[in-house]
Design a binder for this molecule. Structure first.
Ligand code: ADE
Length: 223
């Protein structure tokens, strides 16, 4: 079993996506467990504050170092080999290769922040800083959910067909997947490419590989 942990102020954020479709089945089948740890439980003081104003001034509030570091310590106590990943727009870019790398570990812990970010000293207590992309989310939770989903579907026996994960976009050489079609044969005057109806598997495979190559080139050119 793969052990995922999430450090968050909003554990309820994960209830709905983890109770649908592939993640739901993966959890029910025991391929993965996802445990949320509430960062606020590690806050001390009367108001259990988890955020504070930045030194030097500026807008917004920052996640405080003490409760976050205490929550990370709890995550490491529960899963001593866990790889702790901080979600932040300034981190390394998340990729399919990263998802494949993470599922080789015993456990991954995803640290989600709110407000304007984290006290920089927290970085010394995590193993990696990770960004979903070059945009700013209102918190790490949506990013953590994407990372969880990308990992879960790659775990052994989670997808219906073992070929599905292998044939995904990006799995081989960063190549994009080819286009797919299902019924009807014609929609709004747009017909399914003839070759797919030919029954000639070698020809179909050659067409698919060419389409994947063209798509990948086109995407690269538009970057
Ligand atoms: N938190 C806020 N924005 C984020 C992003 N783009 N990736 C990861 N974590 C984030």
């Amino acid at each position: 079993m793969f052990f995922a942990q999430v450090l968050t102020l909003f554990p309820e954020f994960f209830d709905s996506p983890l109770s649908c479709s592939i993640p739901k089945r993966a959890i029910a089948d025991g391929a993965v467990s996802v445990d949320c740890i509430q960062i606020r439980d590690f806050a001390t003081g009367k108001h259990q504050n988890v955020d504070d104003a930045p030194y030097g001034g500026g807008p917004g509030m920052l996640m405080k170092v003490e409760p976050v570091v205490a929550a990370i310590a709890e995550a490491r106590k529960r899963q001593p080999n866990t790889h702790v990943v901080m979600l932040t727009p300034t981190g390394n870019k998340f990729t399919q290769a990263k998802a494949l790398e993470y599922i080789e570990k015993d456990s991954v812990t995803l640290l989600c922040g709110r407000y304007e970010g984290f006290d920089e000293r927290i970085v010394d207590y995590v193993d990696e800083e990770l960004s979903l992309g070059d945009y700013v989310l209102s918190g790490g939770e949506p990013a953590a959910m994407c990372v969880l989903d990308a990992m879960i579907r790659l775990l052994p026996d989670v997808l219906g067909s073992p070929e599905s994960a292998v044939l995904d976009s990006f799995t081989e050489d960063g190549m994009l997947d080819w286009p797919h079609y299902t019924r009807p044969e014609v929609f709004d005057g747009k017909a399914v490419p003839k070759v797919l109806l030919s029954g000639d598997h070698a020809k179909i495979q050659a067409w698919r590989e060419e389409q994947a190559r063209l798509r990948s080139l086109k995407r690269k050119a538009s970057k």
